[in-house]
Ligand binder design. Structure first.
Ligand code: ADP
Length: 295
């Protein structure tokens, strides 16, 4: 394990790329009978190994449900999710998870939190410590290795959470609004930091957010989900060059993609106002008629 992580780049370049995610007609209905509620309409997706994909959609549209199906925390009502051809029926060390709430063990030090995964998968105490120290160095937290989570800021705790998720060298990293609780400045820095880690380790990342800028800045591909029950409305390739500087958000190419996303989101949001008599102003967006209110 320690050798693996210390020579991660070598390992990645020599090993065939892993972490392809396939969803075949995956849907999710919670409850049964009169209490049944469909959170996710049937979705079929093919996500390339090593790519960065964002699931973008309003609150409650089933983004976490989809992520949890890939994590193996829940079983879909229909269909199958697979990683590298293997059906997902339980969580596994090949898939790391990062939540919005940092979910670190409060009674363990920062180093112990990161070393926990390797220990669970059979690494010796010394190996696990080496892995943890290397990752803490990479996320810039070596100096707080002996502290406890409660002694750290939110951004630092989330960096520990990411280091912990990477400690098992997952092929897939699942991130559920990981920066949602952070202030906007910290969030931007965390986004840049995450891209640097992704470039280094190249797991497939499936990242949930309801922030359009965040999705476009990070992703190779944005999957836009409709309001409940969630279904994939648009599959948008983000062909902005990498590495992406923070000010790319002012680039005309970025803005053009954002307009397209916002027009689709707005058209979808307006559906929830149908029949209420509520009238929305028109957006003067000649690029899309989708943003206009149906009259
Ligand atoms: P998102 O991540 O987009 O906010 P979720 O996947 O968390 O959406 O939730 C989608 C819908 O499914 C919501 O209406 C939510 O209330 C419902 N839901 C989520 N988890 C459960 C559950 N365990 N039991 C019942 N309903 C659930």
């Amino acid at each position: 394990m320690a050798i693996g992580i210390l020579n991660h780049r070598t390992r990645r370049s020599s090993a065939p790329h892993r972490g392809r995610i396939e969803l075949d007609n995956v849907s999710m209905t919670y409850g049964t009978g009169a209490a049944a509620s469909t959170a996710l309409a049937p979705a079929s997706l093919d996500i390339d190994a090593g790519s960065f994909v964002c699931l973008l959609g309003p609150s409650g549209c089933g983004k976490s449900t989809l992520l949890n199906c890939v994590a193996g925390y829940i079983w879909p009502t229909t269909g199958r999710a697979r990683v590298d051809g293997a059906a997902i029926d339980a969580p596994g060390p090949d898939r790391g998870m990062v939540f919005q709430q940092y979910s670190l063990f409060p009674w363990k030090t920062v180093r112990e939190n990161v070393a926990f995964g390797p220990r669970m998968t059979g690494a010796s105490r010394r190996e696990a410590r080496e892995v943890a120290d290397r990752l803490l160095e990479m996320v810039g937290l070596s100096r707080v290795a002996r502290k406890y989570p409660a002694e750290l800021s939110g951004g630092m705790q989330q960096r520990v959470g990411i280091a912990r998720a990477l400690a098992n060298q997952p092929d897939v990293l699942l991130m559920d609004e990981p920066f949602g609780a952070l202030d906007s400045q910290t969030r931007l820095i965390m986004q840049e930091h995450l891209l640097a880690l992704w470039a280094e380790f190249r797991p497939t990342i499936l990242f949930v957010t309801h922030d359009t800028d965040e999705a476009i800045f990070l992703a190779d591909r944005v999957l836009l989900l409709s309001a409940s029950p969630g279904q994939v409305l648009a599959d948008i390739a983000i062909d902005l060059p990498r590495p992406r500087p923070a000010d790319i958000v002012t680039d005309p190419a970025f803005i053009a993609i954002k307009r397209r996303c916002l027009a689709t989101i707005r058209a979808e949001s307006l559906k929830t106002f149908d029949g209420t008599g509520f009238r929305m102003a028109r957006i003067p967006d000649s690029a899309s008629s989708a943003g206009e209110h149906p009259s």
